[in-house]
Write a protein that binds this ligand. Structure first.
Ligand SMILES: [Cu+2]
Length: 149
């Protein structure tokens, strides 16, 4: 009898543990700023672009204001990059940077990988994916001047 109740007791604790993990893990994951790589005060991106199995950036173009951040998520099973660097483009038509804007490159993004970039210089940015530039995997970010307060 006492053995039986001990087993039930252990199971009770186990289920309690599972229940708590089930409640805690989503809470931790949904906490703003959790798993944010940089040390700057975390905030939601102003635009999110998904890298797809169809070799596209979705959406193709996003519009933000100067000072805002775009986040790219690799939602595919492929390795992609987010690259706006004239030195890395095979074709000049795939890259455009406003005057004074610095080139940027995510490097290889594994499936599930995330890259973000803060845009400070207004203008039109055209960027591409290094492995899939030949398949016209390109995207556009339009940065409008910062809003006046
Ligand atoms: Cu790609």
């Amino acid at each position: 009898m006492s053995t039986m109740s001990r087993i039930i007791g252990l199971r009770g604790y186990f289920f309690l543990f599972l229940l708590m993990m089930g409640l805690l893990v989503p809470l931790i994951i949904s906490t703003p700023g959790y798993s944010n790589g940089d040390s700057t005060p975390s905030r939601a991106p102003d635009a999110v672009v998904t890298l797809t199995d169809m070799l596209t950036f979705d959406p193709y173009d996003v519009v933000i204001r100067a000072g805002q951040t775009v986040e790219w998520k690799n939602g595919s099973v492929l390795v992609h990059t987010v690259t706006a660097d004239p030195g890395l483009a095979a074709n000049k038509k795939d890259i455009a940077l406003p005057e004074g804007a610095k080139p940027f490159n995510s490097g290889n993004m594994e499936p599930g990988g995330v890259f973000s970039h803060k845009f400070t210089v207004p203008g039109t940015y055209k960027y591409f994916c290094i492995p899939h530039e030949g398949a016209s995997m390109v995207g556009v970010v339009t940065v409008k001047p910062a809003a006046h307060r």
